[in-house]
Ligand binder design. Structure first.
Ligand code: SIN
Length: 317
């Protein structure tokens, strides 16, 4: 049963969903983050009725998500935490670019005690496209936020509901660019109805939120870089980063967490002088299986970009 007095808060951050192109037929030569979130919502018939209560709109940022910064994440996390603690709020919808939506989703999943739904949505085509995908994605996201029993941080796009841990952007162009790999989506949104095929995500412990609350908006976050193991790899980039004061390194490993020997030697040197080193796999499906005795810890079930976020939060917390 829906509690009609409760509101859904829609936080805008930019992305292609808010993008505009000079010509309606242009789906790639556009500028992201041009249209305010209020204007986006106003253009979607039926949204208000689907929400079952007031829709409140706030513009938290207006950026192309390739430029996502820790300061925007902090602002988003703090505002989401306020909304989740407010009994008048039923759920939160966040409009976002597709390029780093999986990172923001994992970040928010990690820091929020999301006993209510926090639904990120996006679009692959700008708002000026002949057939934009943003309006339907917005409708679907609001349907999820208004759904009885919904909780946790999810990404809704192209009719699918993805969990924050597994979702990855796997295609640069098509209007359904996301996959949750072999885990599959959590469910679907069909004509405003949610059909869940897995449970809602488990609620996390809210790691790092207190540290963010105690920091100023421009305080630097721990410096964690990504490196990749590949044919012909060397340890030179790692050695340079260590000389520059890097605090953490996540390495995108081959297969089940293996490393080119030269890169591995450099990472062990880094770890020996106090740099935190974490292994993740380059493989988009499955997850790292434990290899006992490995001197470098692994992040099973996390892509390299998400393992980076978890290490940043560990160091922050
Ligand atoms: C962005 O990530 O902000 C631009 C690309 C997109 O939303 O598809």
């Amino acid at each position: 049963m829906q509690v009609s007095a409760q509101k859904i808060v829609v936080l805008g951050t930019g992305g292609t969903i808010a993008g505009t192109a000079a010509q309606a037929g242009d789906n790639i030569g556009y500028t992201a983050a041009q249209v305010g979130v209020g204007e986006l919502l106003a253009a979607v018939p039926g949204l208000q009725a689907l929400a079952g209560g007031p829709l409140v709109v706030e513009q938290v940022a207006q950026i192309d998500s390739k430029d996502m910064e820790h300061g925007v994440w902090r602002a988003l996390a703090l505002r989401c935490a306020e909304c989740l603690a407010d009994p008048a709020v039923r759920g939160v919808v966040i409009t976002h670019g597709t390029d780093t939506i999986e990172e923001t989703a994992w970040f928010l999943h990690s820091v929020l005690d999301a006993t209510k739904p926090v639904v990120l949505t996006c679009a692959m085509r700008p708002s000026t496209a002949l057939v934009p995908d943003g309006p339907q994605n917005l409708l679907d996201a609001v349907a999820v936020a208004a759904s009885t029993g919904a909780q946790g941080v999810v990404v809704v796009a192209a009719g699918a509901i993805h969990g924050a841990q597994r979702v990855q952007k796997v295609h640069p162009y098509r209007v359904d660019p996301f996959s949750s790999g072999d885990a599959g989506p959590l469910g679907w949104v069909e004509e405003g109805a949610v059909r869940l095929v897995q449970g809602w995500p488990a609620v996390s412990q809210g790691k790092g939120l207190a540290a963010m609350q105690n920091q100023t908006a421009d305080a630097p976050w721990p410096w964690v870089e990504l490196v990749v193991s590949h044919a012909g790899a060397s340890g030179r980039a790692v050695d340079a980063l260590v000389r520059d004061g890097v605090q953490g390194l996540v390495v995108a490993c081959t297969g089940n967490g293996t490393l080119h020997h030269a890169l591995e030697a450099a990472l062990l040197r880094a770890q020996a002088v106090g740099v935190r080193v974490v292994r993740a796999t380059r493989c988009p499906e499955g997850q790292l299986l434990p290899t006992p005795g490995n001197a470098l810890v692994a992040a099973p079930g996390l892509s390299p970009v998400k393992a980076r976020i978890s290490l940043v939060l560990d160091l922050l917390g």
